[in-house]
Write a protein that binds this ligand. Structure first.
Ligand SMILES: Nc1ncnc2c1ncn2[C@@H]1O[C@H](COP(=O)(O)OP(=O)(O)O)[C@@H](O)[C@H]1O
Ligand SMILES: [Mg+2]
Length: 400
């Protein structure tokens, strides 16, 4: 199974929920290794994974509005996790919501070791975690946004400096677009901009290229790593040596720049500048920036064919799973600590053979949470994990 080792580095010791979704009050003490959350529909399985994901990514993977996360009718809510690091250190992470009595809006506070965390980048690095949900089919079939998000969320967990570069880049993009909007009202395209107009634009272009090149460089590096690992995982799940998968970055820069053997930030910055220059007329007429990392994508190819267009539905499913598992492995390698692996309802989408292989793959992992509506007898070989029954916002441990 290649580089996958029993990476028992850190694990979640305790999770407490108060007024989170359908949980009024929960104390859950999972095991290292495999935790199987079993229950009928609408009992709170995905809600539990969502709580963990929030601590890792600060945002939900399901909803935009935080209000939906808080138990209906409650005035405050809390997620608290106790982590045990490999060296035995305990770490505490909390997310709390309370209603502001004046504005009536929800206010959120993030704490690490009991201290309020002000920089989101610092919060994001604490809990390494990878989540796979049925909706991840969009990684293969969906818009570029899904694939960019995979890279961005992964990189934010690998380095706070990526989070910084990404937010600076996004800010420069926002400012630049605002300015394009203003300029477009004044100039009659294709009339060139005046010297002073160019000068103002230049302020944001500089930032855009500098931070954009950092974003691009990190994405290119991590995509190479993912490309290497995804083959191992995919072949394991397929139990065969298929044609090699290539993850190919697609962006506004030349192919030579994107495929150069050494990723060079300076060259990428120059490339971005050139792309901006070439796109100015279009940017002005559309009043937004048409090139740059915010529009990029990557393709998954086999023998030169884009699998998004040529793969079968079943292949797409295995591919999306393989991509997520590859994400987890890359995180484990770079951080030297295996992330928590969360898989929501994954067995209902896989045939029994694939399910068996997936379980075999998961067993050596540090800590895993899988949810399923299938009763334990569904698993022919009962995996060596701990079962829990999830029912109406309560969790009960089941011993056989
Ligand atoms: N804010 C909320 N307050 C109370 N209950 C909620 C809230 N949001 C969702 N629920 C309930 O949670 C349940 C869905 O839980 P979920 O974890 O998605 O189920 P499943 O076990 O199928 O994964 C539903 O019964 C839904 O009504
Ligand atoms: Mg669910």
């Amino acid at each position: 199974m290649g580089s996958l080792k029993k990476a028992l580095s850190m694990y979640l010791q305790r999770l407490e929920l108060k007024n989170f979704r359908n949980y009024s009050s929960l104390e859950f003490n999972p095991q290292p290794g495999l935790n199987i959350l079993w229950g009928a529909n609408a009992q709170g399985k995905t809600n539990l994974l969502e709580a963990l994901y929030l601590l890792a990514a600060s945002k939900s993977f399901r909803v935009k509005s935080e209000r939906e996360l808080i138990k209906w009718g409650a005035e405050s809510a809390e997620i608290e996790a106790q982590l045990a690091r490999a060296d035995g250190q305990e770490e505490n992470l909390t997310m709390r919501w309370a209603r502001n009595p004046l504005t009536k809006g929800w206010e959120r506070r993030l704490c690490h070791q009991g201290q309020t965390v002000k920089k989101l980048g610092e919060f994001l690095k604490v809990l390494p975690l990878t989540l796979f949900v049925p909706g991840d089919l969009a990684l293969i079939q969906g818009a570029p946004l899904y694939r960019r998000r995979l890279l961005d969320v992964l990189l934010c967990k690998l380095s706070p400096s990526y989070y910084l570069a990404l937010t600076r880049y996004q800010e420069s993009l926002r400012q630049r677009n605002k300015l394009l909007h203003k300029l477009a009202l004044k100039v009659e395209s294709p009339q060139p901009l005046s010297a002073s107009q160019r000068q103002i634009l230049e302020v944001w272009d500089l930032q855009f290229c500098e931070w954009g090149a950092k974003v691009l460089a990190e994405r290119l590096r991590v995509l190479r790593e993912l490309g290497r690992v995804v083959n191992e995982v995919y072949n394991f799940l397929a139990q065969s040596e298929g044609p090699r998968l290539e993850l190919r970055y697609r962006g506004s820069l030349s192919r030579e720049l994107l495929t150069a053997s050494e990723v060079e930030e300076v060259a990428l910055e120059a490339g971005l500048r050139q792309a901006l220059e070439a796109s100015l007329k279009r940017d002005l007429s559309l009043r937004s920036t048409q090139v740059g990392p915010h529009r990029d994508d990557f393709a998954i190819e086999a023998q030169g064919h884009n699998l998004r267009l040529f793969g079968s539905q079943g292949q797409h499913r295995s591919l999306s799973l393989a991509l997520r598992l590859a994400e987890a492995q890359v995180m484990a390698q770079v951080r030297q600590e295996a992330p928590l692996l969360l898989l929501d309802d994954s067995f209902s989408e896989l045939d029994p053979e694939r399910s068996r292989l997936l379980l075999r793959y998961l067993l050596p992992w540090g800590q895993v949470f899988v949810t399923t509506a299938f009763p334990p007898r569904f698993f022919k070989e009962l995996p060596a994990g701990q079962y829990y029954r999830v029912q109406a916002g309560e969790i009960e441990r089941i011993d056989f």
